[in-house]
Design a protein around this ligand. Structure first.
Ligand code: ADP
Ligand code: MG
Length: 313
């Protein structure tokens, strides 16, 4: 029996979320926010945290800076049970990454200082550790510029070691959607884009064409559709699943939380419909509190919510 259910090599940063900021940002003015949250960010870190909170055994390889933000980020990961023994500190000028999010009514501005996100490279990877698992996941393909060129090789190695694999690219800040993505997808069992990312990755102008093109390469394509829920294409088979109605605060980390719910159910042996429902439930749950992990880190709130929705394992 492998040590972990899922291992992940990826990024840890912090999210600073400001609420109630004016629509326009004039120069040289003192502007006021009426709420804030400093919390764990990074698609990989949110996914790892929430997956461990659901009960999966998670091993995480990453880099943080030699600074207080790195320490702040590690606390909730440890608390949720993620193994952080392979998280290394980078000494020097490069600091733990930070994303500043200005949450608006129904949309948001985001500015990221990538920091140590780009410091994780192939030479950091402990393959004995990463392969001591049933499944391997990569998030934020385009932010991981130190690792990206060798991600296809990494997935190939994981598959050769008998693991199943999944990828959530998230957005490409350059919007070019290249850098070896097509090659990486050849070794991916489950691809988890949102609607826009699916179309960009497939170089298609509509979702239907995108899903057809992607599912010719990847055995299971799962497209996240915000408040519309999600759909899955497995060969010729299509499943759709509606979003859960909840009291919405923000969508920070909703996609990463969806991934954790979906993969937790998948690793428990659930069928595709159950995986989609669990993804939608986890995504919706994350939107009920600020940021990506705040709902999940509150154990009694989490248990109550999941029990109410009868998906608690
Ligand atoms: N307003 C919402 N109400 C309920 N569920 C939501 C809402 N927004 C997002 N979700 C859930 O979170 C998932 C991921 O959100 P989405 O915005 O599509 O992904 P991403 O964050 O990657 O862009 C959705 O598939 C859905 O399950
Ligand atoms: Mg996403």
């Amino acid at each position: 029996m492998p040590r972990f259910d899922l291992t992940i090599a990826g990024e840890i940063n912090l999210d600073l979320i400001l609420y109630g900021v004016p629509e326009e940002l004039p120069r040289e003015r003192e502007l006021l926010a009426d709420g804030m949250m400093l919390t764990l960010g990074g698609s990989s870190a949110i996914m790892a945290h929430n997956l461990a909170a659901l009960g999966s055994r998670v091993g995480f390889q990453s880099r943080i800076g030699d600074d207080q933000f790195g320490e702040i980020a590690l606390q909730p990961l440890r608390q949720s049970g993620v193994d952080v023994s392979r998280v290394r500190q980078t000494a020097g000028a490069v600091k733990t990454g930070l994303t500043v999010i200005l949450q608006r009514e129904g949309w948001r501005n985001m500015v990221t200082y990538a920091g140590t996100i780009a410091e994780l490279t192939w030479d950091d990877l402990d393959f004995e550790y990463l392969t001591d698992s049933r499944h391997f996941h990569i998030s934020s393909f385009y932010l991981q510029s130190g690792l990206r060129a060798r991600v296809p090789e990494l997935f190939r190695k994981m598959k050769a070691a008998g693991l199943t694999t999944s990828l959530d690219t998230n957005d490409d800040p350059d919007d070019g959607w290249e850098g070896g993505l097509d090659e990486a997808l050849r070794y991916v069992d489950i691809f988890l884009p949102n609607e826009r990312e699916a179309q960009k990755a497939a170089r298609a102008n509509d979702l239907e064409t995108a899903v057809q093109k992607l599912s010719a390469i990847v055995p299971l394509v799962v497209v996240k559709m915000g408040s519309e829920g999600a759909m899955a294409q497995r060969g010729g088979e299509r499943l759709v699943s509606a979003a859960r109605k909840v009291e919405f605060v923000d969508a920070v980390g909703a996609g990463d939380s969806f991934d954790s719910g979906f993969l937790h159910e998948y690793l428990q042996g659930g069928d595709l419909a159950a995986c989609l429902a669990a993804g939608n439930l986890a995504g919706a749950f994350s939107t009920t509190r600020p940021g990506g992990i705040e709902a999940f880190r509150d154990a009694s709130y989490r248990k109550g919510f999941l029990e109410e929705h009868r998906l608690q394992k």
